[in-house]
Design a binder for this molecule. Structure first.
Ligand SMILES: Nc1ncnc2c1ncn2[C@@H]1O[C@H](COP(=O)(O)OP(=O)(O)OP(=O)(O)O)[C@@H](O)[C@H]1O
Ligand SMILES: [Mg+2]
Length: 133
């Protein structure tokens, strides 16, 4: 698909009220933009991206879940590395440099949080971030 074509991905947002985070707004924005960009880019046509933010036992939990192509388990330990791309040909066609997730990981680390990925090839992807309050 050419980048200028519409993909019809639906964005759903669900957030608890009164989530207060002592963070730099631009950093968190950059973190979310990278994750949502991936969730759209590696989605199927007319797929869905679900963003959820909630409070849980002294932590803020943010989840970005998509209905896209998924990531097979053997890549999970490497996708946060700089320049790492699962499908080099496909990613390059989409203009990907493989830096997005390394930036995300860096920001999560700055706030002593953690990030994990739940995904299987062909079955969508969920990134779950937990940040201490
Ligand atoms: N939501 C996702 N679904 C499927 N694969 C993903 C998803 N997010 C990341 N990936 C895979 O992980 C790789 C690394 O992601 P990352 O965001 O770091 O790089 P990129 O998207 O290729 O390039 P950039 O973010 O620099 O434009 C991607 O190339 C892609 O193969
Ligand atoms: Mg990316």
């Amino acid at each position: 698909m050419q980048p200028q074509q519409k993909k019809g991905v639906k964005l759903e947002v669900e957030a608890d009220e009164n989530i207060i985070m002592l963070v730099n707004k631009n950093r968190i924005k950059q973190m979310l933009i990278n994750l949502v960009d991936n969730a759209i880019k590696y989605n199927i046509e007319n797929g869905t991206v679900h963003i959820r933010a909630s409070k849980a036992s002294g932590k803020t939990m943010i989840s970005i879940r998509d209905t896209g192509i998924g990531i097979s388990e053997k890549h999970h330990s490497r996708i946060f590395e700089r320049f790492y791309r699962v499908d080099k040909g496909r990613s390059r066609n989409m203009g990907g440099t493989g830096l997005g997730l390394s930036i995300v990981k860096h920001i999560v680390n700055l706030y002593n949080g953690d990030i994990r990925v739940v995904s299987k090839a062909g079955q969508g992807t969920e990134f779950i971030i937990q940040l201490p309050l």
